[in-house]
Design a protein around this ligand. Structure first.
Ligand code: TXA
Ligand code: MG
Length: 349
């Protein structure tokens, strides 16, 4: 299959490519599109065959449910069995935006979309291309991240093409995404709302709006016994081809430790990759040193994470050492992804 890549500029509404992409969705096909978090791989949420195509294109296990993307709040009412107490308040503050709500589904939503669950994940993305695709198609759009299963989520259209080129008909290219890590997922089906995946919207931000919020122990714990509640969180995700080890501690001690290990590895003929920051990059001795950006701007660090992991996949390095990024606000989300990529290997100096 030939994959068409369409650059979408600022005039989204009457764009001929948008109309073509919307028609693909209505016909049961797949369209990759930008959101503010990461690129999504979209299909008509009410069409079971279209949902199956998503799983096939990504090589994704079919018990891993999809997020339904909507453009108006009333679309949530049209697919939820009951509207949870907090949904309206959360939507008012955070939608459109990087928050996914889990609610009980009604019979309109096929099990192919929800991976067999009686609940459905819903989000209103904050991106003009995503919103226009939903509106123009007249459908709700089920979309996981537009990567091959097990690879870092795409933050550029080029990443989508790398993974899914030849497997899907259309990629809408909206340039680099703004946030770079996937949405926060909050489960509203229990008495106390629970965060199933940390993201740009933090627990504290949610608590300011709806009071007490729990966090799924399965996403914090590094052991393999505490099962996360979001099916997708249990799979080994975001894994670079090389081994990755995180080194945490005071800045100078981290640089010294990584350099010591680098010397050891290079003496054995290994190629070493290093994930540092603008503040430290010049002090490392690895074969390939990439900076996440400055520690003064954690948004930039979040945005660069997946791109950097992909860059290491292209270069042949044997081992990657990374600094730790437990930054004040979105550090939990960044570290959740980085720890998974590292198989939870973290060394504290
Ligand atoms: O930012 C995002 O959320 C991006 C963009 C494209 O919107 N999407 C995304 O989708 O990250 P995906 O499929 O890569 O991750 C969805 C996560 C998975 O971990 C899945 O298991 C979980 O959401 N999920 C979906 N429906 C669920 C449900 N009903 N109950 C619990 N977890 C659910
Ligand atoms: Mg994903």
């Amino acid at each position: 299959m030939e994959t068409k890549i369409y650059k979408i500029g600022s005039s989204v509404a009457d764009n001929a490519f948008m109309k073509e992409a919307a028609a693909v969705i209505r016909d049961g096909g797949l369209v990759a599109f930008p959101t503010e978090t990461v690129y999504g791989l979209g299909a008509d949420a009410f069409n079971p065959d279209a949902a199956r195509k998503i799983y096939a294109a990504k090589g994704r296990p079919s018990d891993n449910p999809l997020i339904v993307h909507i453009a108006e709040f009333k679309a949530l009412e049209s697919i939820a069995e009951v509207l949870p107490d907090y949904a309206g308040k959360l939507a008012e503050v955070f939608w459109p935006g990087p928050l996914t709500m889990i609610v009980k589904k009604n019979k309109n939503v096929p099990y192919e979309t929800t991976g067999g669950l009686d609940t459905v994940a819903v989000r209103m993305p904050d991106h003009p291309v995503a919103l226009q695709l939903i509106r123009e198609s007249g459908r709700l759009i089920a979309a996981p991240s537009a990567n091959t299963s097990g690879r870092p989520s795409p933050t550029l259209a080029e990443h989508v093409a790398e993974d899914l080129g030849g497997r899907i008909p259309v990629i809408l290219d909206g340039g680099e995404v703004g946030i770079g890590i996937e949405s926060t997922i909050i489960d509203l089906t229990e008495d106390v709302p629970m965060i199933l995946r940390p993201g740009y919207i933090t627990g504290q931000m949610l608590e300011e709006v709806i009071g007490i919020v729990k966090t799924d122990p399965g996403i914090i714990s590094g052991d393999s016994f505490t099962k996360p509640k979001a099916p997708g969180m249990k799979y080994r995700h975001y894994a670079p081809r090389a081994d990755l080890i995180i080194v945490d501690g005071e800045r100078k001690a981290v640089v010294d430790k990584i350099n010591e290990w680098t010397d050891d590895m290079q003496a054995k003929g290994k190629r070493v990759g290093i994930i540092g920051t603008d503040e430290t990059a010049a002090y490392y001795r690895g074969n390939m040193i990439l900076s996440m950006g400055t520690r003064d701007d954690e948004d930039v660090i979040a945005r660069h994470l997946y791109r950097i992991l992909r860059e290491f996949d292209e270069e042949r390095v044997d081992i990657i050492y990374s600094e730790s990024f437990a930054t004040p606000r979105i550090g939990q989300a960044i570290m959740n992804r980085l720890l998974k990529a590292a198989g939870h290997r973290i060394y504290v100096v």
